[in-house]
Design a protein around this ligand. Sequence first.
Ligand code: OSB
Ligand code: MG
Length: 369
Amino acid sequence: MVIKEIKIRKMKLSLKNPFTTSFGTLNDKEFLIIEVKDELGNVGWGESVAFSTPWYTEETVKTNLHMIKDFLIPLVLDKKVNHPEEVNEIFRFIKRNNMAKSAVESAIWDAYAKRRNKSLAEVLGGTKEKIKVGISIGIKKDVVDLIESIRQAVNKGSKRVKVKIKPGYDIEVLREIRKYFPDILLMADANSAYSLDDIQLLKQLDEFNLMMIEQPLASDDIIDHATLQNELNTPICLDESIHSLEDTRKAIQLGSCQIINIKIGRVGGLTEAKKIHDYCLEKNIPVWCGGMLEAGIGRAHNIALTSLPNFILPGDTEGSAHYWEEDIITPEVVVENGEITIPEKEGIGFAPNLQIIDKYTIDIKSYQA
Ligand code: OSB
Ligand code: MG
């Protein structure tokens, strides 16, 4: 396969509901969509999950644009790529910038699958027909609103509920949730808002029978997480700390976590995500697919990845309508009774809706061989 054309679109969509984490509130989402075309005219699509501000990792929409334009496109445009796994190696000498790499690499995976007339899930080695998904509910001003959001999710059949916590919004909130929902599969995500100074408080989380606590400590830490895991019965799941297979190996070896949240963008693409999945399967560490409030293209990639067998725990991939008034793909992603059916069509299995994409595009750049 030879990549003959790459387009970068900058887009902006408004979130239906503002999303608040321990870092702050998101009202809308700016993101990049990458389109690659091979010499036979197969078109593949990828999405950069970087936000406008560097609060989740160091990347932003602007740093992604710079990296993709000035470094990544020149490495693949007019180059022969036999398999998308090669792209992971081609990009390896560039340090990090994983969301930028992932946007390009995942578009090449889609083009590759389409070229072979297979679904992306199939070429990745997926084994499932349906995937189970949960919901990630942001911090609410009023706990009554939170309870109401949980009730709606539970009534719709969501397979598990994740709530965001931060210092001052944790033990009492979880106690209130458990009062109304004593038996639901529940977990909490701190987005690195605590330190080991909070160990006494974090130990109190054990009373709530959580499936896991996600990323309680610093985004660049795996040492203190190992200390904390030793003191907690609740499994720790790492999100922000994991950027690669190497990070995964070290975290597991140190005992920093018992579960891994895999995000394609955070780890630099589908190839690295699959490697982490395979390693965790071998080590008996369950994984699940995290979310970055993706539009349809990124969401479709998450669905394909989750078809791999060790995605045992429900992920954060809610349906399109949970986030957007209108999504950029046809059909939109639909969750039925907490499950998504993996599309059988070629590639990502959802067609980019060009009319809607154009409507929300702020800028397009095109690069030809
Ligand atoms: O920590 O998993 C996270 C959203 C943005 C950034 C980080 C995270 C999240 C979520 C929401 O939890 C996941 C989603 O619904 O896409
Ligand atoms: Mg998280």
